[in-house]
Design a binder for this molecule. Sequence first.
Ligand SMILES: NC(=O)c1ccc[n+]([C@@H]2O[C@H](COP(=O)([O-])OP(=O)(O)OC[C@H]3O[C@@H](n4cnc5c(N)ncnc54)[C@H](O)[C@@H]3O)[C@@H](O)[C@H]2O)c1
Length: 344
Amino acid sequence: MAKRILITGHNGYIGSVMAPHLAAAGYDVVGMDTGFFGECSLVPELGLVGTIKKDIRDLNARDLEGFNAVVHLAALSNDPIGNLNDGWTEEINFKATMKLAELAKAAGVDRFLFSSSCIMYGASSTADVTEDSPLDPKTEYARSKVKAEHALVKMADKNFSPIYIRNGTIYGVSPRMRFDTVLNDLVGRAATTGKVTVFSDGKPWRPVMHVQDVARYFQLYLEAPKEKIHNQAFNSGANDLNHQIIELAQIAVATVPGAKLEMQPQPGADQRTYKADFGKFARTFPDFKFKWNVRTGAQELYEAYKKAGITHADFVDKKFTRLKWLHYLLDSGRLDGSLRWKTN
Ligand SMILES: NC(=O)c1ccc[n+]([C@@H]2O[C@H](COP(=O)([O-])OP(=O)(O)OC[C@H]3O[C@@H](n4cnc5c(N)ncnc54)[C@H](O)[C@@H]3O)[C@@H](O)[C@H]2O)c1
C-alpha cells in the first residue's frame, strides 16, 4: 500500500511542486494549508492532491491519524514577514510546529521532515558553514527555525524521527510563484525592465537550488534508512550550487536578450552572506544528482515569464511577493489581526 503522507503548506511555492511530485512517485498525499496564496497562481497546477483547508494553529489529534510521515512546509516563509509581526512567526513557525509534531508523534507518525533554512547560520561569516557551525539567527524567521529544530530534537525517540532539512534559497517555476527569492527576482527584473541593478558589492554568497530538485531531495529523506537520517540536520544542496550575487545577476542578464547589469553599491545594502558546505548531504546520498543549475534554471524562468506575459506591473504586483500579499489580505479585511481568515 502507498505510504500516506501529510504535507503542510502544500499550496505554497515549494509545496505546489512537491505535492504532485510525491503523488507521482507513488505516495498517497494529503495536503493541509490555510491557503494564504491560493489566488497567487502563475502557471497551471502540476497535479491535484487531497486537501484539508486548515490553519495549522488549529490542529486536533484526528488530523494526524493514519499518516506514515509528515512533510512540514507551512510557515511564514521569510524574514520580512517575520518583521511584520513577530508574534505570528512565533505562533505559526514555532508553536504550531511543535503542536503538529506532538500530535504526529502521538498518532504514530514515524518520520517528520522539517523544512528549515541555512539562514540560521547568520549572515556574516565568510567560512563555509557545516551542520556543526554555530547558529546565529538574526531575524524572527531564522530564530523560529532554530527554536523549532531545538525543540524537535528533544522529541526524537525510537519511534519518531524528526529531520531538519536546511535549505538554501530556492528558485524555479512553481504554480504558486514567488518573485521574492533571489534568482526568481533577478531574472524577473531582467525580463521586465531590461536591467538588473545590484545594490551590494555583489560579493555575498547564496546557496541556490531549483524547486524541483528540492522536491526530489525531500523524497530522499522520506525513503532513507532511519539510521542515516534520524534526528539529524542536513544542509541540503551541493557545493557547486553556492553562488555570489554578482554571478547570479550576470547569469540573469545573460539569459535575457539585451538586458544590462548595473552596479550601484550603497551603504546599508543587503550584505547577508552565507556559503554552505554540503559535504554531509553528498556523503549521505552519494547517488543523488541535482538536475538543475543556475543557467538552466534562469532559462526556465525567462521562458515561463515570457509565456505568462509577465509585465513589470505584474512583476511588482502584490500577488507574487509574500509580504505584499499578506498586507493586502490584512488591509482588505480578509485576514483578521491574528492572521486568520475572517470568513469561510
Ligand atoms: N522558498 C525558499 O527559498 C525557502 C528556503 C528555505 C526554507 N524554506 C521553508 O520551506 C517552507 C515552504 O516555503 P515556501 O517558499 O513554499 O513558502 P510559501 O510562503 O510559498 O508557502 C507556505 C505555505 O504555508 C501556508 N501556511 C502559512 N501559515 C499557515 C498556517 N498557519 N496554517 C496552514 N498553512 C499555512 C501558506 O498558505 C503557504 O501556502 C517554509 O517552511 C520555508 O520557511 C523556504
